[in-house]
Design a protein around this ligand. Structure first.
Ligand code: GLA
Length: 383
C-alpha cells in the first residue's frame, strides 16, 4: 500500500482513495463454480493496491503499474488486444462506463505482492481492486456479489476468458480468519473459521501454466455435454445415479461429471468439518479432492502431483491438493500449526532434491476481502 501511495504522490499527487483486493487460495471445491456448485476458498494476505484520484475534466484516464508501466484507458468499443498487459484494466474501465459508473477522468497507481501466474488470482484481485476504487470515485455502491459478477463479465465478455465466479467473489467478500463456502448459484457466502491448531500452507511449485486456456474451456464444454446428456440444467443438479444414464461414448464426460458431483459433496462435507473444528476430516477431503482432479478431471500436472505427494508424506500434514485451475502453479496444504515451520523447511528441501526446482511456501492467515480507504477511513468496498 505504501508503495502505491508513494508512487502516486510522486506522479499525480496525493490519492483521494486507496483500494485493495486480495488474491485467493481454494481449500476445496475445484472446477465446480461454473457448474453452479460449491467452493471453499479464502483470501490470502497478498493484495493488489490501487491509489487513485480524479483528474481535471478533459484529461485522459491513465494508469501506472509498478510492474508493467503506463496505460491510457478509453471507453471505446474497439476490440481489446488480449496480449496487452492492461487488458483487465481496459475491460474494467469499459464495463464500469457502460454500467453508468462514470467519475470523469481519473488516474491510478497500482502495486501488488500477489505472485503472478501462480494461480492465486492476481487478475481477479486487480479487477476487484480497480472496480472498488472507481466505484468510490463515482460515488457508486455495489454488493460483493455485484462486484464479482461485473468482474466476471470483464473476463467472459471483454477479455475472452471463460472463468467462473469464485476468484472475484472471494476477493470481494472474504472475511479475515475464515474460509467461505460459496454457493455459486445463489452467490450466498458463508464464513467458516479454520479448525484450531491448523494452518493453511500455500505451496508454489515454481512451475507455470502454458497453453492450457483451451483445457479450461474443454472441461467447461465437457461438463455442459454431460449435464445435457443427463437432462439437468447444470451438474449441480446431477446425482451419482444419473451417471448411469450417460451413453458409453460419453465415457470422458462421465468421468468429468463424476468429479464435479463428488467434489460438490466433498465441499459441503468440508464446510461441515470446519463447523465442528475437525481438521483431520477436512484434510482427508482435500486428499480425495486431489485424487479426483488428477484421475477423473485430469487437470493436475507432474509438479503438482509430486509436490502433493511430498507434502502428504511430511509430518504434521493433514491434507494437500492442487488448487485453482490446475496443470501447474500452486498446491495448498492443511498443516498442524505446531509442525508448520518444520513442514515448510522439509517440503521445500525434498522438492528441491527430487525435482531440482525451488518452491515457495507461505503459511497464511485468511485475510479480509476488498476495502477502500479515504479521508473517511477504511470501508468494505462491497456491501
Ligand atoms: C480458475 C477460474 C475459477 C475456477 C477455478 C477452478 O481459477 O478462474 O473460476 O473455475 O479455475 O476451480
Amino acid at each position: 500500500m505504501d508503495r502505491a501511495v508513494l508512487r502516486h504522490r510522486q506522479r499525480w499527487g496525493t490519492p483521494e482513495v486507496v483500494g485493495r483486493a486480495p488474491g485467493r487460495v481454494n481449500l476445496i471445491g475445484e472446477h465446480t463454480d461454473y457448474n453452479d456448485g460449491f467452493v471453499l476458498p479464502l483470501a490470502l494476505p497478498f493484495d493488489t493496491v490501487v491509489a487513485a484520484r480524479r483528474a481535471p475534466e478533459g484529461s485522459s484516464t491513465e494508469v501506472f503499474s509498478e510492474d508493467f508501466g503506463h496505460a491510457v484507458l478509453a471507453p471505446s468499443t474497439a476490440e481489446i488486444d488480449p496480449t496487452d498487459w492492461a487488458v483487465f484494466l481496459h475491460g474494467v474501465h469499459r464495463l464500469l462506463h457502460a454500467e453508468g459508473f462514470r467519475p470523469g477522468p481519473w488516474r491510478a497507481t497500482i502495486a501488488t505482492d500477489i505472485p503472478a501466474g501462480a494461480g492465486l488470482s492476481s487478475s481477479a484481485a486487480l479487477e476487484v481492486a480497480v472496480v472498488s476504487t472507481v466505484l468510490h470515485l463515482a460515488g457508486g455502491e455495489l454488493s460483493a456479489a455485484e462486484v464479482a459478477r461485473l468482474c466476471q463479465r470483464v473476463d467472459n465478455e471483454l477479455v475472452g476468458i471463460p472463468s467462473g465466479i469464485m476468484d472475484q467473489l472471494i476477493s470481494a467478500a472474504a472475511l479475515a480468519g475464515h474460509a467461505c463456502l460459496i454457493d455459486c448459484r445463489s452467490l450466498h457466502v458463508e464464513p467458516y473459521p479454520l479448525p484450531e491448531g491448523s494452518v493453511v500452507a500455500v505451496i508454489d511449485t515454481g512451475t507455470r501454466r502454458q497453453l492450457v486456456d483451451s483445457e479450461y474451456a474443454d472441461r467447461r464444454a465437457a461438463c455442459a455435454r454431460a449435464a445435457a446428456a443427463m437432462g439437468v440444467g447444470s451438474l449441480r443438479d446431477a446425482e451419482l445415479a444419473d451417471l448411469e444414464r450417460m451413453p458409453c461414448e460419453l465415457a470422458t464426460e462421465r468421468r468429468r461429471a463424476h468429479h464435479v458431483i463428488t467434489e460438490n459433496r466433498r465441499t459441503a462435507d468440508a464446510a461441515q468439518a470446519m463447523a465442528v473444528g475437525d481438521a483431520a476430516a477436512l484434510g482427508s477431503l482435500m486428499i480425495a479432492s486431489h485424487d479426483s482432479l488428477r484421475d477423473d478431471y485430469e487437470v493436475s500436472g507432474p509438479a503438482l502431483d509430486q509436490m502433493v505427494e511430498i507434502a502428504r508424506g511430511s509430518a504434521g500434514c493433514l491434507g494437500a491438493r492442487m488448487t485453482g485451475g490446475g496443470f501447474a502453479g500452486c498446491a495448498v496444504a492443511l498443516v498442524q500449526t505446531e509442525a508448520a515451520t518444520e513442514f515448510q523447511a522439509r517440503v521445500a528441501q525434498r522438492y528441491r532434491d527430487e525435482s531440482g526446482l525451488d518452491a515457495e511456501i507461505w503459511l497464511c492467515d485468511p485475510a479480509a476481502g476488498a476495502s477502500t480507504t479515504s479521508g473517511a477511513g477504511v470501508v468494505n468496498a462491497a456491501r
